[in-house]
Design a protein around this ligand. Sequence first.
Ligand SMILES: Nc1nc2c(c(=O)[nH]1)N[C@H]1C(S)=C(S)[C@@H](COP(=O)(O)OP(=O)(O)OC[C@H]3O[C@@H](n4cnc5c(=O)[nH]c(N)nc54)[C@H](O)[C@@H]3O)O[C@H]1N2
Ligand SMILES: Nc1nc2c(c(=O)[nH]1)N[C@H]1C(S)=C(S)[C@@H](COP(=O)(O)OP(=O)(O)OC[C@H]3O[C@@H](n4cnc5c(=O)[nH]c(N)nc54)[C@H](O)[C@@H]3O)O[C@H]1N2
Ligand code: SF4
Ligand SMILES: [Mo]
Length: 743
Amino acid sequence: MTAEGAAVSTRTVARQCTLCEAHCGILVTVDRDRVTRIEGDPDDVLSHGYICPKATALADLHHDPDRLRRPMRRVGDGFEEIGWDEAFALAGNRLRAVRRRHGRDAIAMYLGNPAAHSSSVVYGIALRVALLTRKFYSASSIDQFPQEFAAWKMFGSNVLMPIADVDRTDRLLILGANPAVSNGSVTTMPDARGRIAAIRRRGGSVVVVDPRRTETARLADEHVAVRPGGDPYLLLGMLHTILADGTGPAAGTVPLAGTEELAELVAPCTPEAMAPRAGVDADTIVRLARDHAAARSAVAYARIGVCHQVTGTLTHWLVNTLNAVTGNLDRPGGQMYATPPIDAARLVRRLGSGHGRWRSRTGEHASFRTELPVVGLADEMLGDAADSAGPVRALVTYAGNPVLSTPQGGRLDEALDSLDFFVAVDMYLTETSRHADLILPPVSHLEREEFDFLFPVFSVRNNARFNARVFEPPPDTLEDWQILSRLTLEVLPLPLRAQLTRPLRAVFDRLGPLRLGALGVLTGPHGVLRRGRRGLTLGRIRRTRGGIDLGPLQPRLRSLVATRDGRVHVAPPEFVDETRRLLAETENDSRETEFDLRLIGRRHLRSNNSWLHNIPTMVKGRDRCTVLMHPDDAAARSLVHGQPVTVRSRIGSIVVPVEVSDEIRAGTVAIPHGWGHDEKGVGWSTAAAHPGANVNLLHDPAVTDTFTGNAAVNATMVNVTARSERSADQDVGTRVSRPVRRT
Ligand SMILES: Nc1nc2c(c(=O)[nH]1)N[C@H]1C(S)=C(S)[C@@H](COP(=O)(O)OP(=O)(O)OC[C@H]3O[C@@H](n4cnc5c(=O)[nH]c(N)nc54)[C@H](O)[C@@H]3O)O[C@H]1N2
Ligand SMILES: Nc1nc2c(c(=O)[nH]1)N[C@H]1C(S)=C(S)[C@@H](COP(=O)(O)OP(=O)(O)OC[C@H]3O[C@@H](n4cnc5c(=O)[nH]c(N)nc54)[C@H](O)[C@@H]3O)O[C@H]1N2
Ligand code: SF4
Ligand SMILES: [Mo]
């Protein structure tokens, strides 16, 4: 090709990576219809040129021949391509038939993680509303439910989850998060490594509380190898110290309610009493408390490691409370709230979070914010048809892979096969969608043009960035929002649906996510309607390369707090009662005779939950789906590094290689989730060559966060034995589950 030809055919588009919450700015260089390069955008106002290795996967995902481009209908054991109109008619007829025969709760819906990374999610919610089903599920109940519940009880709304002002803090205490790998979650911080290094450079300090010496712990001043599940005790001991020292509670922008009850609760929680439960010595507890209280600004930040515990909600309450009583709530360097271009949290904060409005069919789980915990999904489908509550007969999934990502006691495959109808909105034939009757694939991430309204709500710095399209979508393809709005029209419970479809479609087509986004920006806190001529419009954001920086986080809790009395509640009665109950329990280090190790999770820089393992650069190198074990534990079992072992829990077992390292606390083992690509009929050819094993086959769906039913996948007791002892017939990565019936 001549140089001139190259110049004509090559172009670079600035947009964001939509794979994780960081939404880093990227520059995508394209030669005709191929991506030739993806690099960090130095002009991006939030990520300043940082990207992680996953960003390049966007190109591979776009070009992946395994990615579905046409609707697929099940025929026998396989699938055939069909047209969109035919596909929507099929989905509509079948879903309506199920609803007519079995009622609206016979249709369930599951919304997965990538939905949150696209403004199409609004249309997912519209579909959920049109279905009028109480059987709604999402990845939130194997994720941040505990954090939302704590926010609801303390600040009056589940959406008011405060974030850590990492860019200005003098002291960062991280519990159960590994931002050096995850780049922050419910605190969007692209280049977390750089931001953590900056805290130390400006004279601040960073402590990581984690049973594993993680990538983040290695960047910190101190690593505290807490016992898994030990965090609430560590925090109670810290609160005891602060209140006993008289250094709290400090005054904040919003008055605190419940400080006396809190003082009474923590009075007996001396560091000495808490130390064995936390697995952290008393001196360390005292020191962590005093350093937090003494720092000019300090923030405790906790995430998924503690959400995935039976004490998930309690721990997040104690984290927020620690920040509040040390005067670090709603002040620079502490826990704060963003002021995003679309003030989504403020708009919906009074909608009501609601807990226990309805229950699961088995009665085991209560709804929270109008959904049920996903751990109950298989149970909901495998019910007895004679059951008056009736089992779920049809399912809609949108951007989720619950077969790999949720604990279901090994029963979800069977449950999905038992359905009358299952439609998956997904661009891959996955462990989940392979069970579908119909798969509706959206365009690739690079073919979307969007304005994200969700993650700016959790961003460490206020910003407005447009996400431009790299490729025009090919003819006869649809974006998620178009697919979801067509499905919505198909299931609208209207008597004149047939007649109304055409005009409603015209309305939906005109009300794309960009129109809604433009309206949100216009009326938002930085919009022209509020700020006059210098204010924002979507057009201005779109035209500004790298986005618009809207400054550091501002104190604003007073305008957000949604409790009836306008105060922040540091001692909600149900949390106090539950803490008392736990403290009264005689200490039981769960030394069950048969299962003697506690299993936790871990993430890798080149994995993204279950769905990047089909990209060769994301799976190259050594096997990453291993069980990480302390050398003492390995020696006690005569296991050597690299050896295949059987990891067994009360409900299932998998075979994986053992990885021996002293980075993990003795008595604890770690296995990453999102693996187990060995199912027949899955369309992931590269992933099939690197299957790993599905760790969620080990986690008991009955073990959940006390308040929300969030999966407590860091609380599972397992044993680990040499493979040959008990399961010589299995290959590494094989799944051997013992499905359990619990109804
Ligand atoms: N044991 C254990 N389990 C866990 C976790 C853990 O730490 N330990 N973590 C949990 C967490 S935090 C989460 S968020 C969940 C995630 O759980 P899920 O959301 O259920 O699973 P993902 O692996 O994110 O699967 C995403 C699916 O969406 C598809 N997809 C990707 N992009 C798009 C898109 O733009 N549109 C559509 N329609 N589809 C798309 C992919 O092909 C894939 O099938 O996993 C949870 N599971
Ligand atoms: N590379 C990559 N990035 C991701 C993802 C990914 O799959 N890969 N997933 C994205 C998603 S969906 C999410 S929700 C975020 C999650 O983001 P993070 O919360 O940062 O997730 P993890 O890396 O799983 O970190 C959890 C940590 O908790 C520790 N832990 C486990 N049990 C306990 C405990 O009882 N106490 C304490 N103190 N620590 C404990 C684990 O050892 C682990 O280091 O990451 C996002 N970013
Ligand atoms: S951290 Fe990596 S995966 Fe996440 S948005 Fe940035 S480049 Fe993408
Ligand atoms: Mo997540």
